[in-house]
Write a new protein. Structure first.
Length: 527
C-alpha cells in the first residue's frame, strides 16, 4: 500500500488562467521568465511493425494529441467563450459493444471525468482521481497539482490532425451537417495524409484508417470519428468524440466529492519525499543536465553495486530549452528533459547494467539499477569455463575495476537529451556520460539481489504514486534464448510480491550473463 502523508497541494496559478494554464508554465515560473518554444510535431513510425489495433492507436494519438497552431488558438478561444462543455467519447470493442466516458466542465470551477473504472476531478489547482473498479476496498484518492488537463487533455480531444498548413484541402462537403443546431463543415483525413508519414507507408494489417471531423466555421470541433476498414470490407467506427459547448452542467457535477472513508495520497509529496536532490550522495552537471546518485550499496560476492540515480535539467538549461509537455493520459503529463539508459545492457567492455525500476515526474527522472562486472566464459564440453579476471581497462576512460578504491565506488552516469535541439545531423538524440567516483555510505554493507529488489519495490510504492513509476524485470514464462535476451516487462509495485520481483530481476541478470560468452578465434583452416 502507498503510505505518504497527506499534504496540501502547492501551486495555484491555474485558477486565474483557467482554462489555458499548464504545469509547464508553473515549472518555468520557478526558474525564470518564459522563453518562446517551438512545438515539436510528433513523428509517427508506421510500417511492418504496425498492425491491427496498433495502427488505430497511432491514428487516434495523432488526431487527439496534435493540432496546427492556428486551430489550437481558435479552439481555445471557442472554449473561453463557452461557459461549460460536455465531451462524450464512445469507443467500440472487437465485439462492437459501445463503451463511454464523459467530461463535464464549468468555466472557472473545474471539470469531472468519468471513464470506465476511474473518476477524475480538477478545480484548476488540484486533481483528484480514484478507481471505481468492482471490488475496490478502502479507496485511495491520488491528489496532485493540476496537470493542465484542460489544455493537455480535454483540449487535445478537440484536435484536428497535425497536417500541413493546407489542411483545407481535406474538406469533405458530403459530411457537412448540423450538430447541436450548428452548421458544421466536414473533413476526412487518411493515415497517409498526416504529416511526417514516410511515402508509401501503410499499416501492416492492410487496413485503411481515417478520421472524419465536423467543425464549425470558426474552428470549434463538434465531432471526431475514427474509423478503419479491412480489405474489401466496410468502414467500422473505432471511436467517436462529441463536444457540446455551453451544455447544461450543474455545479455539483464538477464539485470534488471524494468517496466516503477514502485515504488521500499526495503524489507530488510522495515523489519528492525519499531522495531530494540536496541530500544526494553525489551530483555532477554535464551539458546542462544534473545527474545525481541518491543511494549506493555493494552487492555480495563482488557482483557490483546497486544504484539509485536521477537526472534533471539545470535552471539555465531549462530556461534555454523549455521542456516539451507530453500528455500520457488524463492524470499524467510528462515534461521531456532527459532520460537515463539504465536498462539491461552491456556497458563498455567490462560491465553490464541491470535495470530495476523507473519513475518520472515534472521533468525529473529516477532510475533504480545495478552495475555488475562481466564474467567472461567459454563453453567447453557443454560446461562454462570462466576466464581469469584482470584489473586492466578494456576501453579508454573505463575503469578496470569498480571497487579498487577503498571506501569508494566507480559507477557510470549517463543521460540522453529529449529535446529537439540536442540531435545530430541524422536526428539521433545526443548523450552525456561520465564515470564518477562516489563515497560509499557507511550504513550500506554488501547485500543480496533480493534485498535491493525489495528496497526498489518499496521506493516505487511511494514515489510511483499516480502511475508515474514502474518496476522492470523479465516476466516468468518467457523462454530464454536469442541474441537480445528476453524482453523487459513493467510491473506496478503493488501488483507483484518482493519474491516474484526479485525472481524477475535475476532472470534479467541471467540474460545479461549470457552475453558474456566469448568464442575462440580460429584460423582459416579451422585450427
Amino acid at each position: 500500500m502507498r503510505t505518504p502523508e497527506d499534504v496540501e497541494a502547492r501551486l495555484a496559478r491555474l485558477r486565474e488562467a483557467w482554462p489555458v494554464g499548464s504545469m509547464v508554465g508553473d515549472v518555468m515560473a520557478r526558474i525564470g521568465p518564459d522563453v518562446p518554444r517551438r512545438t515539436r510535431r510528433r513523428r509517427l513510425l508506421v510500417g511492418a511493425s504496425l498492425s491491427g489495433m496498433a495502427a488505430v492507436a497511432v491514428l487516434a494519438w495523432v488526431v487527439l494529441m496534435n493540432m496546427p497552431r492556428d486551430l489550437l488558438a481558435a479552439v481555445q478561444q471557442g472554449l473561453e467563450r463557452a461557459n461549460s462543455a460536455h465531451v462524450t467519447t464512445t469507443f467500440w470493442d472487437d465485439r462492437d459493444a459501445p463503451h463511454q466516458s464523459h467530461i463535464w466542465y464549468r468555466r472557472g470551477e473545474g471539470l469531472r471525468v468519468e471513464a470506465p473504472g476511474q473518476v477524475i476531478f480538477e478545480d484548476g489547482k488540484t486533481q483528484w482521481s480514484w478507481s471505481t473498479e468492482p471490488g475496490t476496498r478502502d479507496p485511495i484518492v491520488l491528489r496532485q497539482r493540476s496537470q493542465g488537463f484542460f489544455t493537455t487533455g480535454l483540449m487535445s480531444k478537440l484536435a484536428l490532425p497535425d497536417v500541413r498548413d493546407d489542411w483545407g484541402r481535406f474538406r469533405d462537403p458530403d459530411l457537412d451537417r448540423r450538430v447541436d443546431g450548428r452548421a458544421c463543415l466536414g473533413y476526412t483525413f487518411a493515415l497517409a495524409d498526416l504529416e511526417r508519414i514516410p511515402p508509401g507507408a501503410r499499416p501492416a494489417d492492410g487496413q485503411e484508417h481515417r478520421a472524419r471531423i465536423l467543425a464549425e466555421p470558426d474552428g470549434r470541433i463538434a465531432l471526431v470519428t475514427l474509423e478503419r476498414r479491412p480489405a474489401d470490407g466496410d468502414w467500422r467506427r473505432e471511436r467517436e468524440i462529441r463536444i457540446e459547448y455551453d451544455a447544461h452542467v450543474a455545479p455539483e457535477q464538477v464539485a470534488a466529492t471524494l468517496p466516503t472513508g477514502a485515504r488521500v495520497v499526495d503524489c507530488d509529496q510522495a515523489f519528492d519525499s525519499l531522495y531530494p536532490l540536496d541530500r544526494a550522495v553525489h551530483r555532477v552537471e554535464l551539458g546542462g543536465l544534473i545527474l545525481a546518485v541518491h543511494d549506493l550499496q555493494p552487492l555480495q560476492d563482488r557482483e557490483g553495486f546497486y544504484v539509485v540515480s536521477s537526472v534533471r535539467g539545470a535552471p539555465e538549461f531549462l530556461k534555454q530549452y523549455p521542456p516539451r509537455r507530453r500528455p500520457l493520459n488524463p492524470e499524467i503529463t510528462y515534461l521531456d528533459v532527459a532520460t537515463q539508459p539504465m536498462t539491461n545492457r552491456n556497458w563498455g567492455g567490462k560491465y553490464d547494467v541491470v535495470g530495476l525500476g523507473e519513475a518520472n515526474r515534472e521533468g525529473v527522472e529516477y532510475r533504480w539499477w545495478a552495475i555488475v562486472p562481466r564474467r567472461f566464459f567459454e563453453v567447453k564440453d557443454g560446461r562454462r569455463v570462466y576466464l581469469p579476471e584482470n584489473d586492466a581497462s578494456a576501453r579508454p576512460g573505463e575503469p578496470g575495476r569498480l571497487d579498487d578504491l577503498p571506501g569508494r565506488a566507480r559507477v557510470p552516469l549517463a543521460a540522453t537529451y529529449m529535446d529537439d535541439h540536442h540531435r545530430d545531423a541524422r536526428g539521433v538524440s545526443e548523450e552525456v556520460s561520465k564515470w564518477v567516483e562516489i563515497p560509499l555510505p557507511p550504513n550500506r554493507p554488501p547485500t543480496t539481489w533480493e534485498e535491493v529488489a525489495a528496497r526498489a519495490r518499496r521506493d516505487l510504492q511511494v514515489m510511483g504514486a499516480g502511475h508515474v513509476g514502474w518496476l522492470l524485470g523479465v516476466a516468468g514464462g518467457n523462454t530464454p534464448g536469442g541474441p537480445s535476451g528476453r524482453p523487459l516487462s513493467r510491473f506496478a509495485p503493488d501488483a507483484i510480491s518482493d519474491a516474484d520481483f526479485a525472481a524477475s530481476v535475476r532472470r534479467g541478470l541471467d540474460d545479461v550473463r549470457e552475453w558474456d560468452e566469448v568464442h575462440a578465434i580460429r584460423s582459416m583452416d579451422g585450427r
